[in-house]
Design a protein around this ligand. Sequence first.
Ligand code: COA
Length: 181
Amino acid sequence: MGPLGTFKQECATPVAPGCRSSGASICLEVDDLNPQMSIRLATEGDLDAILEIDRLSFEKPWDYTKFAAALSGVFLVFEEEEEILGFLSACCSAVGDNAIIEKIAVHPDHRGRRIATRLIAAVLERLREMRIREVELHVDIVKRGAIQLYEKFGFAIRKVLTVDYEENEAFYEMTLALDKK
Ligand SMILES: CC(C)(COP(=O)(O)OP(=O)(O)OC[C@H]1O[C@@H](n2cnc3c(N)ncnc32)[C@H](O)[C@@H]1OP(=O)(O)O)[C@@H](O)C(=O)NCCC(=O)NCCS
């Protein structure tokens, strides 16, 4: 996902207090989850499985260090029968009330099962609880499926970011204003 340089810059700022610590009992009420499925916060022990999904999903995967750093944010995994099938990493700005979805991926063998939909629903629920007002993400403009997925949640394209002219890489910056509940 996205121009990671930009993400890292923004997320290199200290994570907002409570971004992780108060998420210990993160929302699991995704209505149609059966008992073998869960969405929970990622731990260090999940990183090997996450790295493998990342490698299968992106041309430029993250390394272990980046994922380990992301554990201090809102980093969710979708688990079925003790197997990690997908993940979503978000971080919150230390100043202000915005958050960034840095990465989302689902194992290729399990796509189309609404796992990403459930992960996004869960992270938005959590970010609302944290009184985050705006969520941002960057998506490669060629990823129509991912763009449609975000649009279903109300994300809208705010601008186009051209990151690498030589490699012809361009991303949409998409944002979603979270309602207060
Ligand atoms: C994008 C991704 C996370 C979607 O995961 P998923 O669990 O298969 O997605 P879901 O089953 O929840 O799909 C929900 C919606 O997303 C859209 N969508 C997802 N993948 C799509 C695809 N390949 N083509 C078209 N639409 C797609 C559809 O609108 C779908 O709605 P529908 O089920 O009503 O048709 C997954 O394909 C993936 O890991 N891709 C590689 C990594 C990546 O591109 N991540 C996003 C980076 S910006």
